[in-house]
Write a protein that binds this ligand. Sequence first.
Ligand code: ATP
Ligand code: MG
Length: 450
Amino acid sequence: MKKNHTILVVDDENGVRQSFNMVLKDVYNVLLADSGKQAIDIFTRNKVDLILLDILLPDTGGLDLLEKFKETDPNTEIIMVTAVNEIQTAVKAIKLGAYEYIIKPFVVDDVLIVIKRAMEKRSLVKEVAYLKDELERYHSFEKMVGKDENMRKIFELISIVSQSDGTVLIQGESGTGKELVARAIHNRGLRHEEPFVVINCAAIPATLMESKIFGHNRGAFTGATHTSIGKLEIGDKGTIFLDDIDSLDINMQAKLLRIIQEKEFERLGSTKVIKVDVRFVASSNKDLKDLISQEKFREDLYYRLAVFPIELPPLKERKGDISLLLNHFLQLNAKNTGKPPKRFSKEAVQILMEYDWPGNVRELQNLVERLFTITKGSVIHLKDISTFDIGKRGIKDMTLKQAVSTFEKNYISEILEKVNGNRKKAAERLGIHRNTLLSKTIELAPNTNK
Ligand SMILES: Nc1ncnc2c1ncn2[C@@H]1O[C@H](COP(=O)(O)OP(=O)(O)OP(=O)(O)O)[C@@H](O)[C@H]1O
Ligand SMILES: [Mg+2]
């Protein structure tokens, strides 16, 4: 059985230490200390989840020790071990932050139950911190779509990379889906049941970065009124996503390099070494090699990160995916709003496929959302898009003949829509013969999907 938690037993009586060890060793990693001094020493060097602490120790008072542990790491749970005549002190200990006390001689089952509850509380605290972190950002967890050859290769790469634990560097223009790829790697990977924690290097000010990543103890700096767990600790056992890593300042780059190599750090204002087991995935929309030559990015960090490099192509280089994405987001909008589905006319799709999408998938997604909301009918026509910059830009690139023909097609379909498809009425309003309209609508038909 894999042991996930570590318990430190502090007691000067060898018999007590050994009996705890016997009871716990099958389920937990157990560390033993026979004095306050040794306990602190072990505590600073190891990741300890819970401490069984004897109230009467020869060198340090149990309560002093309790305060010291809590100060160093408030998330470590402490259970006091007392004799019947020390219950007063045990009650005091609870007020000082101990989780519970058990009385010697103890009943094995009772001890195990108390420990289990304390551990559950601990993971709950961690989970709440994680959920809070996630809630600060909104995310769609939708699957990626793509049929372009390049994207298929990327999907394959994601499957392979997710089965390993090496660092991944995802590069690509803004809006190409870097975060989606990072999440896919996590979700399909070995750590999928553990947290996926985002460190947004572009959004967190440099002055706060260290405390966000490492956490801090109370009083570590002016304004640090309480102890706070950093993102690395929140993400323990999971994946840490270093978003927009190019924005990280050069000093933090050095610190990050050390963490990636050693997987250990200290909270600000603390000397206790915290070990974490995390996988790093980083993203950048800038060319990091370029930044290296300008001495804005550390070369050694780059090579640490790029164990598995993934390069996402811009949308204009995978035109085939445009219509797929348009439909994907239309369906998504219908599903999310509960409204009836809509589709694009063929001309609309054609124009959107010619557009070069500088904002990539995100720009496309936003456009579809706007069009889905404002278009009244079930078909989104070219004229609906023309009201936006992108449509106009599309038209600008047409020859006069194309532009006139596009206008004509749109105008005819608009009038037809107004008269509910009655060709006689439409011909009258357009001032043309019914046969002319007929020939024009035949020409129109394959394009409007009617
Ligand atoms: N292949 C895809 N299929 C479906 N949705 C996608 C795809 N690629 C990107 N998206 C969506 O596009 C939006 C932008 O993607 P994402 O946030 O991953 O981009 P990014 O590369 O991290 O951008 P930035 O550099 O601006 O942070 C998201 O809403 C995402 O869900
Ligand atoms: Mg991003």
